[in-house]
Design a protein around this ligand. Structure first.
Ligand code: GDP
Ligand code: MG
Length: 171
């Protein structure tokens, strides 16, 4: 059975769990619940067959570097999330991208970068143009999203699934 694993990574509190919850269940929670690690399974019917998508929601704290390494090893496609209101979280995205490319250099992994909390424009610390320039050089798609307002989330997830060669027109 065809199965693809999407791994969502990024610093703690940037909105990884919220993005997944909006994408899969159309739900948003204002309260913060720390994630250890959650795995979601979704099945999509395609031309009489079934495509199996797994979404791995990770903890951003990574007290265990070995756990991060395992998360990367298990993934086919990656969404790297930062908060547009948090410069440090963008630096973490840069580190994560380096680690993924280093660890999976023979597999040409698909990566999409997401700047979440776009609704917090007044607290912006990362300019969109700067990230666009960098992601262009990296040949990586970049989206600004708001899990709170549900903006751009489907576009971001569909882009990464397209890069994983899943039939996104059915979703
Ligand atoms: P995670 O640690 O990366 O999984 O982050 P969470 O998804 O748990 O979200 C952390 C906090 O940020 C929670 O209180 C969420 O309600 C909030 N949050 C998540 N996404 C957004 C967003 O797009 N805008 C705003 N304003 N808050 C958000
Ligand atoms: Mg979480």
């Amino acid at each position: 059975k065809a199965s693809t694993r999407l791994v969502v990574m990024g610093a703690a509190g940037v909105g990884k769990s919220s993005l997944i919850s909006q994408f899969l269940y159309d739900k948003f929670n204002e309260r913060y619940r720390e994630t250890v690690e959650d795995l979601y399974h979704e099945e999509f019917e395609v031309n009489g067959g079934t495509v199996h998508l797994e979404v791995l929601d990770t903890s951003g704290s990574f007290s265990f570097p070995a756990m991060r390494k395992l998360s990367i090893a298990s993934g086919n496609v990656f969404i790297l999330v930062y908060g547009i209101n948090n410069k440090n979280s963008f630096d973490e995205v840069v580190r994560l991208r380096n680690q993924i490319l280093e660890q999976k250099k023979d597999q040409n992994p698909a990566i999409v970068i997401v700047g979440n909390k776009a609704d917090l424009e007044n607290d912006r610390q990362i300019e969109k143009d700067d990230v666009e320039l960098l992601s262009y050089q990296w040949n990586i798609e970049h989206f600004e999203t708001s899990a709170k307002n549900k903006t751009n989330i489907d576009r971001a997830f569909k882009e990464v699934l397209k890069r994983a060669k899943l039939p996104t027109h059915l979703m």
